[in-house]
Design a protein around this ligand. Sequence first.
Ligand code: CAA
Length: 418
Amino acid sequence: MPRLAQTVRVVGCGATKLGNRLGRSAGSLMAEAVQGALSSARLELDDLDGLIAVPSMSDPHLMEAHYLATKIGLLPKKNFLVRTIDTGGAGPVTALLEGRRMIEAENCQAVVIAAGDAVSSLSTEEFLRRADAGIGCDRLPSPAIPNGYGLITDWHAKTYGVTREQLAKVPCLMSHQASKHPHAITRRRYTVEEVLESPQITPQLNLLECARRMDGAGAIIVASSRFLEKRGLLNKGNHGNGDVVILSGGEASGPLSPPVVIDETMFSCEQAAQSAYYEAQVRPDEIDFFGLYDCFPICFLRAIEAVGICPKGQGGRWIDEQYERILADENYVLPVNTHGGLLSFGAPWEAPAIFAVIEAVRQLNGVAGAQQVAEDCRRALVYGNGGIFSSSAVAILSKPIQFNKTQAAAGVASSPKL
Ligand code: CAA
């Protein structure tokens, strides 16, 4: 494990309230989330020397990050780096890895990452006009995104035998999780019957199986440990609950959406996850919390197999088992998406993976209360997906790692449990 992994810390997280039709612009939501992240990190605006933003659909700007940085008073400023990252829903995780790179390679001390949108404030017609146009509506009927995921669902069912009921259980799992999270929009647990009876959106998907369109924003601050040490803030981030280390990351690309050919070659989460596991030198069974993209059940199914929660082709069976467990025990904590994911926490377009990162930080700091996945949550994996499987970004986070003198001299680190 490279010693460099110790140098970049997630020290602050902020989020706005999520809601339907909040009547605020994406920029104002992101600005509020940035303020929250700064206060969680005990830093001031002036401490930042980098900003990364993920573009919004409801209030788009050329160079979103420049727009946001100017709006909150960070630009014009000398020696300030600004980047807009557009890898679709993978954006917040790509941005986290880019923030790490800006600190390791571009000498930044503290970089804020912001993502947010106000897509529930758009009418259905306007939302679908923009979403369909973005995805290539000439080859898919409206709503293009659900229809694109629907075709992949058909392919998966034919190839691996996942059933309609197994897929409909995914929103049940996510609503079970969300119902216990203080900030999730979904407050009630769904049954599989309810999901199957909700309005049909495409031949393969019903309303409760679609990412829940929402307004809201999140922000994360990453900082160099040298800067934190100098400021007396090392291991004091995230509202005093401690820093989190970015251990590793991986990214991979699939074809532009919608894919012309649907087969195994179009999926990229496997490659992104493998790169992240390889860099961190950890195995899937050494991850205690998974924050996985679940815009539609098929995305969740692909993700649990890709990150090694269950073997390839066994995702449907794993979902059945988990469904039985939540039926048997309403306090059961599934170690995946304890916030409820896109299906049940809420999904402001390209932003929702930022809430998975924030949840990972909460779990690693052991402050998730009744939803805490393990008393000593050692590592968390987060995955973001862009377009219709067009982009994958995976990051592995951990608590700061202890060095003993010999390991430090050899450049090797270990956590107390390794
Ligand atoms: N769970 C519970 N309730 C839900 C829900 C869910 N998953 N989804 C929608 N609802 C609720 C809404 O909150 C709303 O409730 P209220 O009437 O009380 O406000 C009601 O159901 C109707 O929802 P909508 O207003 O959204 O319904 P609609 O008829 O206007 O549109 C839809 C339906 C076409 C399916 C639309 O919801 C939709 O397109 N959803 C998918 C959004 C999407 O494609 N997101 C991107 C996913 S891909 C991705 O994330 C990758 C990337 O790169 C961006």
